[in-house]
Design a protein around this ligand. Sequence first.
Ligand code: PHE
Length: 453
Amino acid sequence: MKPDKIPQVRDVFSSKIGVIAAAAGSAVGLGNIWKFPYITGVYGGAAFLFVYLGFIALIGLPIMLSEFMIGRKSRSNVFGAFKNLAPKSGWKYAGLLGVVAAIMILSFYGVVAGWSIDYIVKSITNSFADKSPDELGSMFTQFIEAPILPIFYQLLFMLMTMAIVIIGVKDGIEKYAKILMPLLVVIIIVLDIRAVTLEGAKEGLSFLFHPDFSKLSSDGILSALGHAFFSLSLGMGTLITYGSYIGDENNLAKTALQVTIADTLIAILAGVAIFPAVFAFGIEPSSGPGLVFITLPNVFQQMPGGIFFSILFFLLLTVAALTSSISILEVVVAYFREELKIKRKLATLLATLLISIVGVFCSLSMGLFKAETLFGLNLFDLLDWISANMLLPLGGLFISLFIGWYWGRKKIEEELAKGSKLSRGLITVFLFIVKFIAPGAIAIVFLNGLGLV
Ligand code: PHE
C-alpha cells in the first residue's frame, strides 16, 4: 500500500469542522474538568496555570502537529503508522506502546466516567441535600468502594463509547463530536455565568489569574508538563489515529492550533466555573482528586438552584469524558482492524470487551481488592501511574524524536505543504523544538515519573 493513497475501505473525516470537533472532543475530557482544577488548586493556582500554558504552547502544540503529520502521511493505525513510515525498523514498537497505553488509560478512565454518571443520578435525586462535608466525603468513598454499582455505571459508559465507535469514523465519532462539543460549550458557559455572579466570586478568580510564583514547586512544574500531555491527548497515538482520517486539503498546523486553543480555553472555563464557587462558600481549593466529587456537591447543596447546576455539571463531565473515551477506544479498534485484518464491528467488540474487563478489576481495586497492591498502588492507581507518568511521556519522546531526527526538514516541509503554507522561519522553530526542546523536557518528566530526578 502506498501510504499517500487513501484505500477505499479507509475512513475519513468529512469536513474541517468535523476534524476539529473530533480532535477537540478527544482533548477536552476528564483532564480538563476533573483533573485540571484540582491540580491547579493543589499547586497554588495562577502560577501553575501560567507554567502549564507555557508548556502547552511550546511543547504540546508542536507534538500535536507531529502526531497529525505521522497519521496523515501513513494513513494507518498507530502501530501501522510507524511500520509504514519506517519499515524494517524498531519504530513500530513505539506504536505498540500507544496501543498498550490506550488500553490502560481507558480502563480507569471508564471507571471515573462511570462515577460521573452516578453523580448525575445522585444530583437528580437530590442526594447531597443537608449533608456535611464529611458525610459527602464518606458518601463518595462508600460508593467507589462498593462492588456492584460503580461497575454497573462503568460498563454503561463503556457501552455508550462502543455504540459510537462501532458506527465508524464519519457517522459515529465525527457526528457525535459535532453534537456533543457544542452542548459541552453551552453547559460550561451557563455554569461560568452562575459561578462569576456569586457573591465572593472575585477571590476565586484572583486565585486562578493572579500568579504568586513563590508558591510554585519543582513538583508543580513537572506536573504541569505531564498534564499538558494528558490534556491534549498526546503521546499514545490518539492524534496519529485521528490524523490518519484527515484529508490532504486540511491545514494541519492550523487545526493543531485550534484544537490546542479549544482545549486550553475549556480548562480555564472549567476553572472559572469551579474556583469562584469554591471560594464563595469558604471551601479549601486544594482538596485534590475529591474536588469534583466531594467539594463541588458541597458547594451545590448550598447554592440557590443547586440541583439544576449539579445535574448540568455532572452531565458536562460525562459528555466530556465520552468524546475522549471514543478517541481512546478508536486507537485500539484501528489497530485491531488493520493489524488483525478484521471488520470494525468485531474489532470494536473485542477492544471494548478487553478494556471493560480490565476496567472491572480497576473498579474492584478501590474496594474489594484494595489490599492487592504492587509498589504500594492498587490496580486503578497503578494503571494511572504507569500510563501517565511513563507511557505518555515515553510515547511523546519517541514521536518528537521520530519527526525531528528520523524525518527531518524535507519530509516535514512536504507534509506541511499539503493544505498549508508555513513560513521557513516557523518550520525552523518547529524543527528546533521537536529535535531538542521537547525531547529534553519530556526526558525530565519521564525521569521524574520514575523518581530519578
Ligand atoms: N485528553 C483527555 C482528557 O483531557 C484524556 C486523553 C488522554 C485522551 C490520552 C486520549 C489520550 O481527559
